[in-house]
Design a protein around this ligand. Sequence first.
Ligand code: SAH
Length: 560
Amino acid sequence: MKENSGKKGKVYLIGAGPGDPGLLTLRGKSVLEKADVVVYDRLVSPAILGFCNPKARMVDVGKMPTHHKVKQSEINKLLVQFAEEYPEGVIARLKGGDPFVFGRGGEEALELVAADVEFEVVPGITSAISVPAYAGIPVSHRGIATSFHIITGHERSDERTLAGSLQTRDERACQVFEPAEMSCASDRLSLDFEAIARCPGTLIFLMGIANMDFIARRLMECGKDPKTPLAFIEKGTTPYQRTVMATLQTAGETIIRENVTAPAITIMGGVVELGKTLAWKKNLPLSGKRLVVTRAAKQASGISARLTALGAEVIETPMIETKDVFPGLPGNLPANFDDLKNFDLLAFTSTNGVESFFKQLLASGRDIRELAGKKIASVGKITEKKLLEYGIRCDYVPEDHTGEGLGMLLRSILDERTLVNSLQTRDESGVALSGTRSAESKDLLDESRILLLQGNLADDTLLKFLPKATRWVVYETLPVTELPEWKREAVASADAIVFASTSAVENFVQISRLSSLVSRLSFCIGRMTEAAAKSHGFETVTSDETTMDSLVKKIVEYYT
Ligand code: SAH
């Protein structure tokens, strides 16, 4: 190893898969979550970009502000440059499908080796196999195809020419994937058509739509049966997936008639017929719709998952973000944790609170032994589970998982009242017990020795029940002030925005500052939200009741 190699950042060549965010690998996701820089291609889905560390520098090499695609040689240099700029950093190079299947990942890796930059390859699910699978077409099938061949329908022989031709083509559809122009297909394709025509297996062409008329004709000239079944699968695995069937003979005219656009793959051979029986991907009520969901908190609201399950592509835009507080300021947790000795019971009311508390406890040089002998209370199951990750079991969890429930539970212990059935305590093995534990109450005689660990926006519910308790603010919730560029683009191209509160409308308008949103469709929960959205120029469709169920129902009704 050369002298400084350890100091440079490490580059991960990551395959994002074909589009469906569920097809990103676990390894890919975990690298994205800790990345300092993400260099991504056009058409990597916003949902996958949403997995990236929110603090990461996001670099779109599919389109730069000048609207020119960044040349491959420049991308190679950029990766080396970031590795130098971020010593010990994590640089994620995120590409569609698999990085080594027509993804130029090999070229990038060679450049990294030459510059002595450490790298790792995180393979992705290639579109070549997964896109047919989503159309119900197995690439091999006993008795039909014993091999399959993945072929480029476009060769990038001259970068300069290529970049030039790119600028003239439709940005959104063609930028990364379909650079060739039909007229000069014969100049650019040096495929051995005779050999390919003789292949008995399934033929899969990537990047080939623009050249397909030429490819099909050459294959027929070389003896391939004009009746060979063929399918074009457009935007496979995404909510916009479409399959168009043809034969080798009708390939060119079908592309024009059906307006097949990139990204699409072409698959040829007997297996295509199976797609007629095996096409399993249902057209869902919200297929093909891109919806922005404004969320009040970091936690999943449930509505996104439901809209996704109904086929929509959901762009989540949280309106607030949480940050650690500065320790030692009045009201905040202290910089040194000596004061913990003054408390016998610690109450956590959110997972954020748990994470921030332990992060700062560790940062102060201490660890969980500071909590030895103390009772621990949690507002609900999710917070309880988070505490378990830190090796801590809860002594008190209210059954209804609310601040009020926790307040009542602790109050009743303090007052040595008989505990009502609505509470739970835990026995030593962690098994939930419901009902009275009067022995517990003796441990907790002193209300002033209760410590509440909460965010700055926590309301006073707990303090109302426990006026002598102490509260430390362990994290802060701040409004998000701007959207990252990739999200602005996704939002700008959305079909509709979903608003679940008036404040979501106000915040969203503030942070997005997108004039393109004027007269955009919005789905609103209740009349108040509707009025707020109208006042900002949105068209509105409003749920009958102020519930998420009613809102989701309304969205489905609107589109079906
Ligand atoms: N590395 C990628 C391929 C890059 S070449 C992979 O392994 O999948 C780009 C070509 O891939 C496109 O022109 C198209 O032919 C194909 N492609 C990528 N994603 C696709 C998708 N979601 N649906 C259909 N074709 C896709």
